[in-house]
Design a protein around this ligand. Sequence first.
Ligand code: AMP
Ligand code: MN
Ligand code: MN
Ligand code: MN
Length: 288
Amino acid sequence: MMDKRRFSVFDLHTHSQCSDGHYSPTELVDRAARIGIRVLALTDHDTTAGIAEARVAAHGHGIHLVPGVEVSVTWENKTLHIIGLGIDPDHEALNAGLAGIADIRETRAMEMGLRLEKKGMPGVLEDAKLLAGKGMVTRTHFAKVLAARGYALDVRDVFNRFLTPGKPGYVSTAWAPLADTVRWIRDAGGDAVIAHPLRYRLSKTWLRRLAGEFLEMGGVGIEVLSGQPSPGDLQSMRDFAIRQGLLGSCGSDFHGPDEGWPKLGRVPLMPAGVNPIWSGWSLPHDLA
Ligand code: AMP
Ligand code: MN
Ligand code: MN
Ligand code: MN
């Protein structure tokens, strides 16, 4: 049968309330089912806490749930995000690594709170933690609190004014090393994927260096499609993946319904010539 969908049935990059997403894992999976996603990866920042719940919800809808995680990494003084797909969410070494990152997040959050307090914005840490609940505390939580208090127009404006490098609430952080992260993901049975490669503003030379080291460490994929890419970005990532011998992944990086952010499942089809990351997975036969 001809596939008339303009969008992929794969969405391999999404967030829930276990990190900085708007919806619970169940609500996320329900929405994914409603718009026709067949293969969904939950990839919360530095935690696998939502996977068990997402699995149950996915089973109820006949969706194939790919257990995932988005790991915060520092490589050459730059913050990168590495996605693990098809991981065992209970793997000990992976979870020990993620627990270490959770500690780093805690320390950073306290420092952010202190810095904002010094700038005349008290109690932001407490409110951000309340908002995060049991989930990871992220800059998104700080941003939502600051926006709600009227310190800026909206979340994006908060990032620009307070939470990006050089701004008063920004704390530079040493996240997990790239090699460790790739090893945790591999040991947990997963595929390591470079998330949203164009967001790091790396030159082509740096991006090639990253891809080379990443492949040597055992990484396998790159997000050829992240969110709703421009035709130019799509073409350049397609060519890059093919030339470097990286498998292609695709994901919305959906966080919630806020205006201006990628929408769940609105991921264009994988361009021809790219070997998709799922080519080595066992999927329902109509998807493989
Ligand atoms: P963290 O990992 O705690 O530093 O938070 C990073 C998260 O903040 C990202 O995953 C995005 O969800 C969000 N974020 C980063 N930059 C921006 C921005 N300029 N506007 C809105 N959200 C952002
Ligand atoms: Mn996020
Ligand atoms: Mn990311
Ligand atoms: Mn993400």
